[in-house]
Design a protein around this ligand. Structure first.
Ligand code: 5GP
Length: 207
C-alpha cells in the first residue's frame, strides 16, 4: 500500500454496543473536519431508518458475490448470515484525502490491520452483557431470538478485543465520547491512554 499521511481508525463493538451514536456524535464535532467515515457494502436488508449511502450501500447477495469475485473488496466478512465489506474504491477515494473511520467487526479489524500496519483499532466495551441486552431491546430492531443470537456473538467479539490498541468502556455516553476524542482528535498513544475497561471486566464478560 502507498504511504499515506492520514490516519486510519477501526471502531468495533458488539452489536448494540453504541458505536453508531458515538460515531455520529464525533462527526458533529468541529475537530472532525478532516475525518471521513467509510461506508460499507452489505447484503443485509435495510432496517427502519437505514439510509442508502449513509449507513451502508445496500446490495443484493448476487451483486455482493460478483464484487467478491472481481476482488473489489479490501476485506469482507459474514456477520449474522449477511455479507459486509469495505470496497477498495471507498478506501481509495476517502483515505487519500482524510483521516478515515471504519466501523467493522473483529474480522474486518484484523484484516485491515494486516493491510494497514498503522491502523488504530478501537474496541467499545459494554459495562455488562445485561446493559447490551437492554440496549438491543430498547432499539427495537430485533426479535427476541435475534437478540439472544447477538448476545452470544457479543461474547465472541469481546474475546477478540485483546489485540485492539484501545479499549473504550461505553458505560456512559459522554465519558466514552471523551475517550474517543482523545484517541481520534488528540492522537493519544495506546500507552498513554488510560483505559477504563479493565482486564477483569473483559474476563467477566466472556465467561
Ligand atoms: P449491523 O447490521 O448491525 O449494522 O452490523 C453488524 C456488524 O457488521 C457490526 O459489528 C458492524 O461493525 C459489522 N460491519 C459493518 N460493516 C462491515 C464491513 O465492511 N466489514 C466487516 N468486516 N464488518 C462490518
Amino acid at each position: 500500500m502507498p504511504e499515506n499521511l492520514h490516519k486510519l481508525f477501526v471502531i468495533s463493538s458488539p452489536s448494540g454496543g453504541g458505536k453508531t451514536s458515538l460515531i455520529n456524535k464525533l462527526f458533529e464535532d468541529s475537530r472532525s473536519a478532516n475525518f471521513e467515515k467509510s461506508i460499507s457494502d452489505t447484503s443485509r436488508q435495510k432496517r427502519q431508518g437505514d439510509l442508502e449511502g449513509k449507513d451502508y450501500y445496500f446490495l443484493s447477495e448476487k451483486d455482493f458475490k460478483d464484487k467478491i469475485k472481481k476482488e473489489e473488496y479490501v476485506e469482507y466478512a459474514t456477520v449474522f448470515g449477511n455479507f459486509y465489506g469495505t470496497s477498495k474504491e471507498e478506501i481509495k477515494t476517502k483515505y487519500n484525502n482524510s483521516n478515515l473511520i471504519l466501523e467493522l467487526d473483529w474480522q474486518g479489524a484484523y484484516a485491515v490491520k494486516e493491510l494497514f500496519d498503522d491502523a488504530k483499532l478501537i474496541f467499545l466495551v459494554p459495562p455488562s452483557l445485561d446493559d447490551l441486552k437492554q440496549r438491543l431491546i430498547k432499539r427495537n430492531l430485533d426479535s427476541s431470538e435475534a437478540i439472544e443470537n447477538r448476545l452470544s456473538e457479543a461474547k465472541k467479539e469481546i474475546s477478540k478485543s485483546e489485540m485492539y490498541d484501545y479499549l473504550v468502556l461505553n458505560d456512559d455516553f459522554d465519558k466514552a465520547f471523551e475517550d474517543l476524542s482523545q484517541i481520534l482528535f488528540e492522537g493519544i498513544s495506546p500507552i498513554d491512554f488510560n483505559s477504563r475497561a479493565s482486564k477483569d471486566l473483559i474476563k467477566r464478560l466472556v465467561e
